[in-house]
Design a protein around this ligand. Structure first.
Ligand code: PEP
Length: 258
């Protein structure tokens, strides 16, 4: 499966940073075996999409409603109009600070797929849940409850849906899950995808996210069922992000280690 390496710029990025978008898009052409995307702040989507035609620019969230009285929110039509081709949904920072439920995340993924956008759907356990031995159950339960179903899902699976396993305790902390832990969760998520979509579930990409950087990317990408990465801090500059893309390209042909 072709790996997907997606950057999540979170609340970083103004016009001056389009230089990094250009540099990343330009460098990613050297790695045609890897799909690369950058999910930038909503205010930068249109300018980024214009700056790098043909390169995948995404959003970090979307509302599930078509339009209406939702102050401060952005709907799928606005994203496609601005030039986005995908969106993240269910990032733990939104599940936490915006109190997004699995039902919200499901509605968002269905709306985005229905509108023709790609979706990166995030799940992952807290440190307390991992320490309580609840990591697999938590991530699998979130996936079951937030996976898109119905007509929009059938149209978008597997090509436009990716799942990102992001242990909350590993995001922005410098801590990374072990290869064994990543393999265990990704295997469980794969089973849930196949249970939901049949054979097509085998072709949904499962990304790992949580302090991925150039130094740990090669071993993470070599783990079975790791089909790419969602990268926060290390996606903000070409200098940090391009070596991660290169690492994904390098393991493409190599067999998985776990
Ligand atoms: C993220 O924001 O999805 C993420 C994984 O962040 P970081 O790579 O900085 O841990």
């Amino acid at each position: 499966m072709k790996k997907l390496v997606a950057g999540n710029w979170k609340m970083h990025g103004v016009a001056a940073d389009l230089e990094q978008v250009r540099a990343i898009a330009e460098a990613s052409r050297r790695f045609p075996s890897v799909d690369v995307a950058l999910c930038v702040p909503a205010t930068l989507i249109e300018r980024a999409a214009r700056a790098v035609p043909g390169f995948a620019i995404g959003a970090q969230d979307v509302h599930f409603a078509e339009k209406g009285a939702h102050t401060g929110c952005v709907c799928t039509a606005m994203l496609t109009d601005a030039g986005a081709s995908l969106t993240i949904v269910g990032h733990s920072e939104r599940r936490d600070s915006q109190r997004e439920s699995d039902a919200d995340v499901k509605a968002k993924s269905e709306a985005a797929l229905g509108a023709g956008l790609g979706v990166i759907l995030c799940v992952g356990e807290s440190l307390a849940q991992r320490e309580a031995g609840e990591a697999v159950r938590t991530a699998s339960g979130q996936l079951d409850a937030s996976l898109p179903h119905g007509e929009p899902a059938a149209a978008g699976v597997p090509d436009r849906l990716a799942v990102a396993y992001e242990p909350i305790w590993a995001i922005g902390t410098g801590k990374v899950a072990s290869c064994e832990d990543i393999a265990e969760i990704h295997r469980a998520l794969r089973e849930r995808l196949v249970a939901a979509y049949g054979e097509a579930g085998d072709r949904v990409r499962i990304l790992y996210g949580g302090s991925v950087k150039a130094s740990n990317a090669p071993e993470i990408f070599a783990v079975a069922d790791v089909d790419g990465a969602l990268v926060g801090g290390a996606s903000l500059s070409a200098e940090d992000f391009v070596p991660i893309i290169a690492a994904a390209a390098a393991v493409e042909a190599a067999p998985p280690i776990a």
